[in-house]
Design a protein around this ligand. Structure first.
Ligand code: PNS
Length: 155
């Protein structure tokens, strides 16, 4: 039974994240979407809201669990007895940060392997920050996020 951890801030989840979750679920038996508590970042949605939105948006994908985690990813990875960490890679601009994170994590635990999955081209430009900005300025975000998130952003 293969378990993958898909960590992130997910503030909020968007269609690019969902695309990556779907791809990971085809490769692994269990995909744990790990929502990070980050005291350095101010989030629009609370941890409870982010978890609830991901659960609602990913309910149709088999093998997906959603959990909050605090502290080091490597500790959560070990606690979940996971086989790999999944990260989405959109463009070259993502690479440096992702490369650094993957190597730091592997230096903390030699068994922590990071797998990069590319979302569909349809979602390659999406980020939670852009989605929030478009929503705040009254733009149409229908193509960018699942319905539950659109409703939450509207509120
Ligand atoms: O969606 P994000 O904000 O790019 O996700 C970043 C995240 C949460 C995956 C990363 O910040 C993380 O793993 N935080 C946990 C703390 C940690 O383990 N830091 C050391 C490795 S960089």
């Amino acid at each position: 039974m293969k378990t993958a951890i898909y960590p992130g801030s997910f503030d909020p989840i968007h269609n690019g994240h969902l695309d990556v979750i779907g791809r990971a679920a085809k490769l692994c038996d269990r995909v744990v979407v790990a929502v990070a508590v980050n005291h350095a970042k101010t989030s629009l949605f609370s941890m409870e809201e982010r978890v609830a939105l991901i659960r609602a948006a990913s309910a149709h994908i088999p093998g997906v669990e959603v959990k909050a985690f605090e502290g080091l990813l490597v500790d959560f990875f070990r606690a979940e007895r996971a086989d790999a960490v999944i990260r989405g890679l959109r463009a070259v601009s993502d690479f440096e940060y992702e490369f650094q994170m993957a190597l730091v994590n592997r230096s903390l635990d030699e068994d922590l392997e990071t797998l990069f999955l590319m979302p569909s081209q349809k979602h390659i430009y999406l980020s939670s920050r852009i989605v929030k900005e478009v929503a705040a300025l009254g733009g149409d975000i229908e193509r960018f996020v699942p319905e539950v998130v659109r409703e939450a952003l509207r509120k």
